[in-house]
Write a protein that binds this ligand. Structure first.
Ligand SMILES: Cc1cc2nc3c(=O)[nH]c(=O)nc-3n(C[C@H](O)[C@H](O)[C@H](O)COP(=O)(O)OP(=O)(O)OC[C@H]3O[C@@H](n4cnc5c(N)ncnc54)[C@H](O)[C@@H]3O)c2cc1C
Length: 324
């Protein structure tokens, strides 16, 4: 059988799970392998109906008191339990942050390789997979081996396709997974709401980003002032989120937010590839950096070579002066 993890957050189904299910069905078809799905918690009638339309024979529902909140190891343990009990030949999920996090843990528990963000598969004893690397900047072809192939599907790479004929009513199998204390050591314990009314990085028309060159958490006040004047948002590089100067939610890059402003003002940011993956959709980039050889200088439309602690307040002062 082939098993697909269906992602649900607060009862909302991640529609990209159906893309993973479409690939699972394509892999199942040559051998007529049964198509199973697994979800955590409850399944609405709507979910069951949609799974049937996608050709799912059996839906496994993992139910446990601990599942009121997200717990990636426990989710992975539930998937492994079903995969082992049914001799799964492949396990799929969508390549969302959660999908990848859970399948990485599934692979570790089963001591098998995992291919993340797959866009195409040629199946055989080994799978030849094409997958996105470096935040989508390149495609890689790789051989995926193992008795159970574990892969996540890059979102928007494979269109969801319901079965044309013979839709099923999936059999529902609820179970309580065997969890150890270890499986519950990583879990959500608290949720903090973001500031209301704050412009989000993903939507901001102007982003003022700070890197290690800002020097401290307090140094960001100058960037905040400029962002306020321009009606924009403040972000940062991974260096500054790792140093605790900004929250991770403010990070721009491969492992942070993707921004697409009209103007990105990058202050004291060197322009590492992982940072630029998150900033490449910016229409214009203004770099402020003391180093004329910093990589960002070669990607910026405009550059000021100078100390951001002088340049940024000077820009803010000029804006205030012009506005009277
Ligand atoms: C798997 C992986 C994922 C990653 N994901 C991300 C990610 O999502 N986002 C991200 O940002 N990084 C990411 N990184 C880290 C990335 O490789 C860089 O290490 C990081 O972006 C560097 O941050 P920075 O530019 O702030 O610091 P630095 O590289 O140290 O650059 C600081 C810059 O500030 C300049 N400067 C210093 N003082 C001043 C001053 N007074 N005025 C003006 N300029 C000054 C310096 O000339 C320098 O160019 C990732 C790395 C890995 C391996």
């Amino acid at each position: 059988m082939i098993l697909t993890y269906i992602e649900q957050t607060g009862g909302k189904i991640n529609a990209a799970s159906f893309e993973a299910l479409t690939l699972a069905r394509q892999l199942a078809e040559p051998t007529n392998a049964p198509l199973h799905a697994i979800a955590i918690g409850e399944a609405s009638d709507e979910l069951k109906r949609r799974l049937g339309v996608f050709g799912v024979n059996t839906l496994h529902l993992a139910q446990h008191d601990a599942f009121v909140e997200y717990a990636p190891d426990a989710y992975a343990a539930s998937i492994v339990e079903i995969a082992r009990a049914n001799n799964a030949s492949a396990i799929l999920a969508t390549g969302s942050e959660r999908g990848n996090e859970i399948l990485a843990r599934v692979a570790a528990k089963m001591n098998l390789p995992f291919a993340a963000n797959v866009t195409d598969v040629q199946s055989g004893d080994d799978f030849i997979v094409t997958r996105l690397r470096w935040g989508g900047s390149l495609f890689e072809q790789a051989k995926l081996h193992g008795t159970t192939k574990i892969l996540s599907v890059a979102p928007n790479a494979i269109p969801s396709q319901p079965v044309v004929t013979n839709s099923f009513v999936p059999l529902t199998h609820s179970f309580v997974p065997q969890l150890s204390e270890y499986d519950l050591r990583v879990r959500v314990t608290q949720r903090i709401e973001g500031e209301r009314g704050k412009i989000s990085l993903g939507e901001a028309r102007v982003v003022v980003g700070g890197g290690r060159g800002v020097g401290s958490a307090e140094g960001f006040q100058k960037l905040e002032e400029l962002a306020n004047l321009l009606g924009g948002a403040v972000g940062g590089s991974r260096a500054v989120t790792s140093l605790g100067w900004r929250a991770h939610a403010d990070q721009i890059g491969q492992t942070g937010n993707r921004i697409q402003p009209e103007l990105y003002i990058a202050c004291g940011v060197s322009g590492a590839i992982q940072h630029m993956i998150g900033a490449k959709a910016s229409k214009h980039i203004l770099a402020v950096n003391t180093d004329p050889e910093a990589p960002i200088m070669f990607k910026a439309d405009y550059a000021v070579i100078g100390d951001l602690h002088q340049v940024i307040p000077a820009i803010s002062a000029e804006i205030k002066k012009r506005r009277g």
